[in-house]
Design a protein around this ligand. Structure first.
Ligand SMILES: [Zn+2]
Length: 346
């Protein structure tokens, strides 16, 4: 189960090198596959926003043709399936892949074709995965309404919802209120990146002004939780989010890399899970963080001593929160996830 994973943050290093060559992209720091893999995690680790953004300049740079998008999407589905993921929502901003003249529709259709191909190849190896797409708009651009319309137009073709990503500073979610209003009146699903670097105000806006169903990260909600001699106290926003079961798409390693958490052991996920928020565990950018769903869980097991029952709880939380029809969510929980964990818990 995976709800928060960026297509342009999950390429195989070898694919970056090969696509750079086939599409004529110049400017990779190295064409040695192993070295490039290490470069991506080091650049994302460096604490500098410029080098973090440079990593995406390279992945997006090699994803400007239909063939490249199909390949990256197919490999994404295969890699997730090989990691044991049975349902994944993978997101990307179509507007980042039109530098060489592709239309937004062509971008979306190429990625959908790639996901279908990846699902098919995984199934051939006995791995069943369901891929669902979330379309992102970038906060700093002014195309949110247009992308929201595309999310609605493609909702019967594998697009499950919408998200807004990019820098939080100076770009509050309320800048795109018209897009969110359009989605709500269209009965469409959306999540919002909020409460990663920025605090409670961005979470409050995303939930109460924009109407987000889930929060991308949302971990700064801990700033609304205090502790005194009587124990832990939730402020009104934290209580609202817990009471209404708003899912938090938590990405532990990514938060450590961007400085939103000091370490996995000190990550707010421990407290939020203890307080029974609807916490889910996600990868964000597998290439930049050098992580998988399994490695994220392994890190949490090390830090917090979680067992299979806890991992099942996070997994069912995620499935309950998916942008998928209720009957299909239930079927995956009852027919795939619970029987799978029953084996592990025996
Ligand atoms: Zn993200």
């Amino acid at each position: 189960m995976l709800l928060h994973d960026h297509l342009d943050g999950g390429l195989r290093p070898r694919t970056v090198v090969e696509l750079a060559e086939s599409t004529g992209y110049q400017g990779l720091p190295t064409t040695d596959v192993d070295e490039l893999g290490r470069w991506f995690t080091a650049a994302a680790d460096s604490g500098s926003l410029e080098s973090y953004l440079e990593t995406f300049a390279h992945t997006c740079g090699v994803m400007q043709t239909e063939e490249a998008l199909v390949r990256v999407a197919a490999e994404c589905a295969e890699d997730l399936a090989d990691d044991g993921v049975v349902y994944a929502e993978v997101r990307y901003a179509p507007e980042l892949f039109v530098e060489r003249g592709l239309s937004l529709d062509t971008v979306i259709e190429a990625v959908q074709a790639g996901f279908a191909e990846g699902e098919r190849r995984a199934a051939e190896r006995g791995r069943r995965i369901r891929m669902v797409t979330l379309l992102c708009a970038m906060r700093q651009h002014a195309r949110a309404h247009e992308i929201a319309e595309l999310a609605v137009r493609y909702r019967d073709s594998g697009v499950g919802g919408f998200d807004i990503a990019g820098p939080e500073a100076g770009f509050p979610p309320t800048r795109n209120l018209d897009a969110f209003e359009y989605l709500r009146t269209s009965n469409a699903h959306f999540t919002i990146h909020a409460g990663e670097a920025f605090g409670l105000a961005s979470i409050w806006e995303a939930i109460q002004h924009c109407g987000a169903e889930r929060l991308g990260h949302g971990v700064r909600i801990v700033d609304d939780i205090t502790e005194d001699a009587d124990g832990l106290h939730l402020g009104r926003l934290a209580a609202y989010i817990r009471d209404t079961r708003i899912p938090l798409e938590v990405c532990p390693s990514s938060n450590v890399q961007t400085g939103a958490a000091r370490s996995i052991a000190e990550h707010p996920i421990g407290l939020l899970a203890k307080l029974r928020f609807r916490v889910t565990v996600n990868t964000d950018n597998r290439l930049m963080s050098g992580c998988t769903v399994s490695s994220e869980f392994a890190a949490l097991v090390d830090a917090f001593g979680y067992g299979w029952a806890d991992i099942q709880w996070f997994t069912i939380n995620a499935m309950k929160s998916a942008f998928l029809d209720f009957d299909q969510r239930l079927a995956l929980i009852n027919n795939v996830i619970k029987p799978g964990y029953a084996e592990l818990l025996r």
